[in-house]
Ligand binder design. Sequence first.
Ligand SMILES: Cc1ncc(COP(=O)(O)O)c(C=O)c1O
Length: 401
Amino acid sequence: MAGSMSNRELRPETIAAHALRAVDEVTGAVVPPIYLSSTYARDADYKPLLKENYVRNGNPTLWQTEEAIAALEGGTSALLFASGMAAITTLLETVPQGAHVVAPDVMYYGTRDWLKRLEGLKRISLTLFDPKLPGALEAALVKGRTDLLWIETPLNPTWDVIDIEAAAKAAHAAGAILAVDATATGAVTTQPLKLGADIVFHSATKYLNGHSDILAGVLVTAQENQRWADVLTLRTKMGAPLPPLDCFLLLRGMRTLFVRYRQASANAMAIATHFEGHPKVERVLYPGLASHPGHAIASRQMRDGFGGMMSLLIRGGFSDAQAFCTRLKVIVPATSLGGVESLAEHRKTVEGPASPVPDNLVRLSVGIEHADDLIADLEQALAGVSGPLAHSPNRGRAPSA
Ligand SMILES: Cc1ncc(COP(=O)(O)O)c(C=O)c1O
């Protein structure tokens, strides 16, 4: 990087805006080059020029993006994967045969389903705890037997908050490591490694990229140890690194991470405040509201805004919540989160009847539009919930419920 300050001295906003290194040392390009080559030639002495010479093992575009994320999280090393799930399932591969894993009972359903699959295969033993019950996390850990405590905070889609510092202390006292899925905080407000976590995970598909145009996952470690070396070996052998073009798109998206996240947080706070106590809304689940059970921990742990993720419990049941989503005209009825455009999703439709998520829960990923447009859109959709369904003119398709 140009200038005299090392990357570790710079604030995260500056690291992100400069994509870690502002200027390419060879050409002076302000935007980093994309190394698309799948293989790299050896030199005259038949030695590789780089530390790796095949794209599955690593490449300069991958390394630059990983170094930027490690710097943002205050970690020693980061590894990028072809999806969030590829990163999660690779980390779970490092759990010893038959070892104990502890995780919350409500969380991103893809992770929960995978943990249950591993339990069903007797690959691991599993305890899911209720994060709302004080002491439940600590009680779930078994000293000498628990290998991994996996938490998510805030939890998708109830946005309950887990105290990372307390979780790290409890995990370490039991001889386990703590891994934190911090997808919903986008590396902006919470740095789990600084609170004692061993590994932090992001679905980089979400806030880190922020433009809903790639699939990516990342693990960042506090310490480069044997387990970390195993994660890298597994990623290489299973062929799961993020391809160079996607690394470039991710790095480009990350340059605006802080302004995107702060605008989304401000919009979400405006929406949450407006709809709390609304006659057609049973509850607003948003950690930024004083009424949210996780507000006190969130205020301590999320330094700079409460993020763009929230859920509305619509008055009524399954079909009212589904109908509400079909009536939105600005907010897009689609899955995923963390993009510049606001999205709404009826989670029970997506997660299926076995999901513990309430039937009337609609998850909102609040984007960076004008808050007044979003509030007006939600108001008009709520106004019609118990009446006949309106045609959605801007989508030209019939409502699904
Ligand atoms: C909290 C959380 N963790 C993990 C994932 C999985 O990530 P990906 O879809 O990038 O595989 C998601 C995806 O929605 C998520 O929301």
